[in-house]
Design a protein around this ligand. Structure first.
Ligand SMILES: C[S@@+](CC[C@H](N)C(=O)[O-])C[C@H]1O[C@@H](n2cnc3c(N)ncnc32)[C@H](O)[C@@H]1O
Length: 325
């Protein structure tokens, strides 16, 4: 998967907001927000314009990368998918909308909703100079109430939202989102065991309601992974100098772990296996953990199978490989 930099228009809009910004103040705010999340809190900690900007500077590159990687995986399986409209649920600073606009040039209508006024205001500000997003509609309401009134969309996305809801709210929101999904619903969560467990529960709930899995799973059956294993992926992204300052770190890149599921109304035609960890490339073989239609296997591709070995050497964690069924 390519390294997804933020789009130039978004970078320009964020840079314009950096004028006169105290990096240490932004870093302190971002650290507090991050501590709140880690302690089980939610986005209500983001209360002011300065909080919203600090959050966006610290987290947008990584959530953008995760959503882009998930959308790319979906696009690989559904090569014919050309959504016209997007509904971004719990849109925050608009990260998933930017990612979807980049991934699908077919998108012309963008609807967002979120209960947080500071993040909504920032999103609209960032959209202002964008050629495609300047007219996006952004409802400021609780997701369940807003969804009841929302138009159905070809693509519905909930990125890093579900964790903020109770179990009962998660199930109710999933049902409402599915009801508003004309074609595909994408849910992205942090790539932790808890994030994976939430994805798994919503996946099972919506399959029972008639959904099919487009990615990452090659089937609609129960996930074959056994705890303590969990299905997650990782996306490396470069950090800008501001990003490093606001996060208070020195490493010029970060690896964002994420879990996701893309659910479609119609069954997908292709069911490639999914690479579940970085393959081990040895002198005699490539060993890769794959999720296949028949379950999880460790595929061993010997060096003597020259063409297959050469192909397997290029496999990366998260890739869809080997056509099946
Ligand atoms: C961690 S942020 C993620 C924002 C954005 N989707 C992204 O990927 O950058 C979670 C968002 O979900 C929103 N949210 C949580 N519960 C909500 C609810 N019940 N109704 C509407 N928005 C909600 C929060 O206000 C916040 O903007």
């Amino acid at each position: 998967m390519t390294v997804p930099d933020l789009p130039a228009e978004l970078t320009a809009a964020l840079n314009a907001k950096l004028q006169g910004l105290s990096r240490s103040d932004a870093a302190a705010r971002a650290a507090l927000i991050s501590r709140t999340y880690r302690g089980g809190g939610n986005s209500r900690a983001i209360a002011t314009e300065a909080d919203a900007l600090a959050y966006a500077l610290a987290r947008m590159p990584a959530t953008y990368a995760a959503v882009t990687a998930s959308l790319n995986a979906l696009g690989e399986i559904r090569t014919d998918f050309a959504p016209k409209n997007l509904l971004d649920v719990g849109a925050g600073p608009g990260t998933a909308t930017w990612a979807a606009a980049e991934a699908f040039s077919s998108l012309t209508e963008f609807a967002l909703l979120d209960a947080n006024p500071a993040l909504r205001a920032l999103a609209l500000d960032l959209f202002h100079g964008s050629s495609r997003l300047a007219n996006a509609g952004y409802a400021h309401r609780d997701a369940r109430a807003a969804l009841a009134d929302a138009e159905a969309a070809d693509l519905v996305v909930a990125s890093y939202v579900i964790a903020e809801l109770s179990d009962a709210e998660q199930a109710a929101l999933a049902e409402l989102m599915w009801a508003k999904t004309r074609d595909t619903l994408l849910i992205v969560e942090p790539g932790t065991p808890a994030g994976y467990a939430r994805i798994l529960a919503l996946r099972a709930q919506l399959i029972a309601s008639g959904a099919h899995v487009a990615a990452p799973c090659p089937h609609d059956r129960a996930c074959p992974l056994q705890a303590p294993d969990w299905c997650h992926f990782t996306q490396r992204l470069p950090r800008s100098r501001t990003h490093m300052q606001v996060k208070g770190v020195e490493l010029p890149f970060e690896d964002e772990k994420f879990s996701y599921v893309a659910l479609t109304r119609a069954p997908v035609a292709r069911h490639p296996a999914r690479v579940l960890a970085q393959p081990v490339v040895g002198k005699v073989e490539v060993a890769a953990k794959l999720c296949t239609v028949d379950g999880v296997v460790v595929a061993k591709v010997p060096r003597r199978a020259k063409a297959d070995y050469a192909a397997a050497r290029r496999w990366r964690w998260g890739d869809a490989v080997i056509e099946e069924g």
